[in-house]
Design a binder for this molecule. Structure first.
Ligand code: ZN
Ligand code: ZN
Ligand code: ZN
Length: 177
């Protein structure tokens, strides 16, 4: 008897072991479901339980409705502020409550690669919309002048490039709050 063992709410089978996705999110699939990378579909029971990354309450009010705002990290590792009353209706596949969301700047990860232009380290930058590029760590953005500063080397990655493993992560339903 363990209190960790949980049943799938869809089919009653036990949940499988915790899987860590390419972007570091943790999830448990129903033990009767599995991801088929060839067909890019989940086979068997599609239930996925995302292990919570606790939203952090911010000392900020939603500009739309005045409710508290929370900071969330999505399963893609992107950060956003959202209204604490906002949610996701899994059945209707649509957002519920207040829809205020503010994406925080893209994420940057250091790479072990040198910039072909200047020899400094490259970083992997993920934009708000999930696009990825390699760019030079010396580059920046001058907000006032509205122009790039430092080294201008940029290489956009095609979707799928640098994905550590094909977990089907992109095709899973949005995580519930
Ligand atoms: Zn199931
Ligand atoms: Zn709101
Ligand atoms: Zn450079």
């Amino acid at each position: 008897m363990s209190d960790i063992e949980e049943k799938c709410p869809k089919c009653g089978s036990p949940l499988g072991s915790v899987t860590v996705t390419a972007s570091g999110r943790k999830l448990q699939r129903c033990s009767t479901g599995s991801w088929n990378p060839e067909t890019k579909r989940t086979e068997g029971c599609p239930f996925v339980k995302w292990l919570p990354i606790e939203p952090v309450a911010l000392d900020e009010k939603c500009p739309k409705c005045g409710s508290p705002v929370v900071m969330m990290v999505t399963r893609f590792g992107k950060k956003m502020k959202k209204c604490s009353t906002g949610g996701w209706d899994k059945l209707k596949k649509q957002a519920t409550g207040c829809d205020f969301v503010e994406w925080i700047n893209g994420t940057t990860e250091p790479l072990e690669e040198k910039c072909p232009e200047c020899g400094e380290k490259l970083v992997l930058f993920t934009t708000n919309s999930g696009k990825r590029m390699k760019k030079c760590s010396t580059s920046g953005w001058d907000r006032e002048a509205r122009k790039a500063t430092g080294c201008v080397y940029v290489k956009w990655l095609k979707a799928g490039e640098l994905a550590a493993e094909d977990t089907g992560e992109e095709f899973l339903p949005p995580e519930s709050p």
